[in-house]
Design a protein around this ligand. Structure first.
Ligand SMILES: CC(C)(COP(=O)(O)OP(=O)(O)OC[C@H]1O[C@@H](n2cnc3c(N)ncnc32)[C@H](O)[C@@H]1OP(=O)(O)O)[C@@H](O)C(=O)NCCC(=O)NCCS
Length: 179
């Protein structure tokens, strides 16, 4: 992929369906506290193959002024996933922005990210947002499948996006593409 291309965009309206709380006996989803910063750093470092320190988590998430709520998933007395509700995106005025979604390697495929994203979407509903946007990458098929199942659909902002989405949705077995 051309490195200069922007990330792919997905959007979901918030008035199309009520969101049920997603409950599991295997893990708990809750807002993060500062005590969770090392655990969040570990999950993000593992998931994005990039160094996340406690300072970076504070700077980019837990103490960042446009991040309303950082959610964590807790299982086996540790942090196993995170997703955040960020406001003030320039992408769509008034929309919420789903920020830094990740599940620790050993806990994937159990609905952790789905529950975290549902908590983020419910928070945006509480805040009165009418829509939610997120950015992702062409190779993140697990993430695109998850977002699609949560009702997100592709948005185009670059002339190459139509071609890129055709390839991404085919790789995800999501061929009934809707604009
Ligand atoms: C993308 C990512 C966050 C998904 O996390 P996850 O916790 O595995 O996601 P979920 O379990 O909620 O959903 C993933 C799949 O597991 C399935 N699943 C949900 N509950 C399940 C269960 N109890 N048992 C088995 N599978 C289950 C979901 O249906 C989904 O399947 P699908 O792909 O067929 O739709 C994770 O792969 C990750 O951290 N990737 C690296 C970082 C990344 O790409 N982040 C997104 C950046 S935009």
């Amino acid at each position: 992929m051309d490195e200069r291309l922007p990330q792919l965009l997905m959007c979901r309206e918030l008035d199309i369906a009520p969101l049920d709380p997603y409950v599991s006996c295997d893990f708990l989803v809750r807002p993060a506290t500062t005590d969770d910063e090392p655990g969040i750093a570990g999950v993000l470092t593992d998931a994005f193959n990039d160094a996340w320190s406690v300072d970076r988590v504070a700077r980019e998430l837990t103490r960042r002024c446009d991040v309303d709520t950082v959610f964590v998933a807790e299982a086996d007395v540790k942090i196993v996933g995170t997703a955040s509700a960020r406001l003030g995106t320039h992408l769509i005025p008034g929309a919420g922005y789903v920020h830094w979604v990740a599940t620790a390697g050993g806990y994937r495929g159990r609905g952790v990210a789905r529950a975290l994203c549902a908590a983020v979407l419910r928070r945006f509903q509480e805040l009165g947002c009418r829509s939610v946007v997120l950015e992702t990458d062409d190779a993140r098929t697990e993430a695109v499948r998850l977002y699609w199942r949560l009702g997100f659909r592709p948005l185009s902002r670059h002339p190459m996006d139509g071609t890129r989405w055709d390839a991404v949705l085919a790789a995800c077995d999501l061929c009934d593409r809707e604009e």
